[in-house]
Design a protein around this ligand. Sequence first.
Ligand code: UTP
Length: 297
Amino acid sequence: MSIKKVTKAVFPVAGMGTRFLPATKSVPKEILSLVDRPLVQYAIDEAREAGIEEFIFVTSRGKSALEDYFDVSPTLEASLKASGKDDLLKILNSTNMDDGKIAYVRQHRALGLGHAVWCARRLIGDEPFAVMLPDDVITGDTPCLKQMVEAYEQTGGNIVAAMEVPVEATKSYGILDVSEDMGNMVRVKGMVEKPKSNPPSNLAVIGRYILTPSVLDTLDKKETGAGGEIQLTDAIAKEITTSNNVFGFRFRGERYDCGSKAGFLQATVAFGLARDDLKDEFSQFLNDIVAARKAAQ
Ligand code: UTP
């Protein structure tokens, strides 16, 4: 059986981002920036490096800043050109998207992540697709989605990115029940969304997926799960019973949960320290502030 290439990625960004209120009253969470790049830019860059050619955003009311972000900005470009700011022009141009490669579909009501993905079904069609949550930012030598695409080309099926979390954190994630551990990959025999007790493992699903189109058929049924939402995890779990082809993928890299305030701050520090133009001044500041806090204790 030949395995179809993954060329489409869905970015569900229709959530309300309540953990970042009041900022998200007018600014989409995905536009919040680590140093100077919006979260969504990191996701787009990662997708491009994985060979994605079509970018499908599931948006909602109040997300127009996100659509504007991907537009070309002729006035700004002309001004940078006229003032000879070629380095800034290069940065600006690197964010441009090719015509027709990006599509937006609305989720009219926030009924859950599974429902958001279902809203993109007509644009996805009958082929495997990636799902990326931009608030999970992942660093590493090889971009996470690229690692997953490479794994997918070997196995086919449905692949979810997974990482070990402390047992007390399992109630915040979709958790995998593993039938076979093959190292990087695990075969999954069950998935539980946000287990309140007795998690089947401490292997948690994070915001990168490669899915087969049959997941959309399950989502068609609009069954609700944890929190009364239409859960993507539940639709993927259904694939286990029908085709036993669900895998967890232990990616190599560091994941920052930028959907939470603490995770966003941690990512800001890590990305600031990784920048050649900032690291000296920033690390000096961090050392000083930590020393001052210790002295005050
Ligand atoms: P979250 O659970 O982080 O929710 O959604 P949220 O609304 O973004 O943020 P909080 O919890 O209120 O602070 C995970 C991902 O699923 C998308 C979100 O946009 C985010 O990328 N999502 C969630 C949707 O697109 N639609 C939904 O109905 C729910």
